[in-house]
Design a protein around this ligand. Structure first.
Ligand code: ADP
Length: 487
């Protein structure tokens, strides 16, 4: 029997009771007519009415009993679920639409029971030893947590702290750190100010940053402290919760963003100012000869090109970051590609006194590539070679097809790159810390873009560089992009 039939039982039962009562009453009246005694007839009628109500009452009891058995059955069924998913309960209970009132009651009871169970299991697990749920949670957090008293004695700490401790204080999960205040002394910027902040005589929350080395790259930890409990017996002593978070990546990202904003502003403003100044001079000049006029127009053209390249790089980078860069491939002649790159870069060359060489052997195959993006990638490499090579140096662009690869080498005899900076060259906004580049314009986006273009074509960029000797950037594409024309 389902709980369904109960909900609607009110009116049918009443109808049944009236029908039974009427049937027994009619029978009583007929018998009374036969006995010709109204008293006897009335007694039988009363008896019949009583029987009718006993029958209906017992049926009602039976149905109520069945409903409570059904509720229990469903409660047991659903209490077996390890998760509380009320939506999964509804189809079971609401199978019979007539029982909606009871369903709601059953559902509430089930949810309540499951919540109670979850509550008590959480409670149990917080009280049972190291493997408790809370312990597991605090140990998978990235933040280090330490509970220490006012003297700095460590009362409790989570495992995540090990990764943040200096190696001599953390050995294979052993407690290592016994006195928390020692931890601060391992940092470069530990000074009187930090010592004052870590003073546990004040109970107010504090937060500060500690630097592992002189630069942000070596690690930055954000440390915060909150008072958990004040201990009156030890004369103002207290228990503190210390939170230690590694914020090195956020710091680096912020530094890079700041660098980028100032570099991008400079990169956009400088050519714009130059264009404006030269255009105003041209307009205002009353007597200007054709040669001067040509020179001025050339400067305007070259500055407009620079502006265009910066804007292109910015757009490309934001496009790439949104995951939206796709290739528009066409059959492309290597010689044409190289010529286009040379044309774009010409104004940069004209500003410097460099020895420029191009080496493109004959009969190179056509490539199935995105010509515009590949040209922009090579322009970045060549532009860098020109920018970072002092006057009198050499820059060379070479294309070669060998074995399984097509290679474009851009070589210079410029300032070179320190070995430790080479792995970071393709990071967005990265610029060398070499002071010689301070006066050279750049946003740190060109190589990141060129690298992505190479990767999208299934290739890569190799770098070889030596400080004060020069650099060689090789954009390498797989030979599968070559379209070999029958000779
Ligand atoms: P930028 O706009 O600063 O030139 P890039 O992404 O093109 O940005 O280059 C990143 C950094 O790599 C440069 O800031 C520079 O420090 C270094 N670099 C790139 N190419 C060369 C090169 N040919 N010679 C020396 N340093 C280079």
């Amino acid at each position: 029997m389902s709980a369904a039939s109960i909900n609607n039982s009110g009116s049918p039962l009443l109808r049944n009771a009236i029908a039974l009562h009427a049937a027994f009453g009619l029978t009583g009246l007929l018998i009374a007519a036969g006995f010709s005694s109204l008293g006897q007839g009335y007694a039988i009628w009363l008896f019949s009415a009583l029987m009718a109500f006993i029958l209906v009452g017992s049926r009602l009891m039976q149905k109520r009993l069945a409903t409570s058995i059904e509720i229990d059955r469903r409660l047991n069924l659903l209490a077996d679920c390890h998760e509380i998913r009320t939506e999964s309960l509804s189809p079971v209970i609401a199978r019979d639409h007539a029982a909606q009132g009871w369903n709601r009651l059953v559902e509430t009871a089930i949810v309540q029971r499951l919540l109670d169970q979850a509550d008590s299991s959480l409670h149990e697990s917080t009280e049972t030893g190291n493997d408790s749920l809370i312990n597991r949670i605090v140990n998978i957090l990235n933040d280090g947590l330490v509970v220490a008293d006012s003297s700095g004695t460590v009362l409790w700490r989570n495992d995540s702290l090990n990764a943040l401790l200096p190696t001599d204080q953390s050995h294979d999960g052993q407690p290592g750190l016994l006195h928390f205040h020692e931890f601060f002394r391992t940092f470069e910027n530990f000074d009187e100010q930090i010592a004052a902040l870590t003073d546990t005589r004040t109970l107010a929350p504090v937060a500060f940053e500690m630097y592992r080395g002189e630069t942000t790259n070596e690690g930055v930890l954000r440390i915060s402290r909150q008072c958990l409990a004040e201990n009156e017996r030890s004369h103002g002593g207290a228990t503190f919760l210390w939170t230690i978070r590694d914020v090195t990546q956020q710091k680096l990202a912020l530094e890079m963003r700041d660098c980028f904003v100032s570099a991008a502003t400079h990169e956009l403003r400088t050519p714009l100012c130059n264009i404006r100044a030269y255009a105003e001079t041209l307009i205002a000049a009353e007597q200007i000869n054709a040669e001067e006029e040509r020179q001025f127009l050339n400067v305007i053209l070259s500055e407009a090109g620079r502006l265009e390249r910066t804007i292109d790089n910015l757009l490309n980078i934001s496009h790439m970051q949104a995951g939206g860069m796709t290739l528009d491939r066409h059959e492309t002649q290597i010689e044409r590609l190289v010529n286009e790159v040379q044309e774009t870069i010409r104004p940069l060359f004209e500003k410097k006194t460099l020895n420029f060489e191009t080496l493109v052997p004959p009969r190179l195959p056509d490539l199935n590539v995105d010509k515009n993006k590949l040209a922009a990638a090579l322009v970045n490499l060549l532009g860098n070679a020109i920018k970072y090579t002092p006057d009198g140096g050499c820059v060379r662009l070479e294309a070669e097809f060998e074995g399984s690869e097509i290679r474009f080498h851009v070589e210079d005899t410029g300032i070179g790159i320190a070995e430790e900076e080479i792995p970071r060259l393709f990071e967005r906004f990265f610029r060398s810390s070499d002071p010689r580049i301070n006066d050279i314009q750049g946003t740190g986006l060109g190589l990141a873009f060129s690298h992505d273009v190479a990767r999208l074509h299934g290739g890569r960029i190799d770098v070889a560089s030596e400080l004060n000797k020069g650099s060689r950037f090789s954009l390498i594409l797989p030979a599968s992009l070559a379209r070999l024309t029958p000779s």
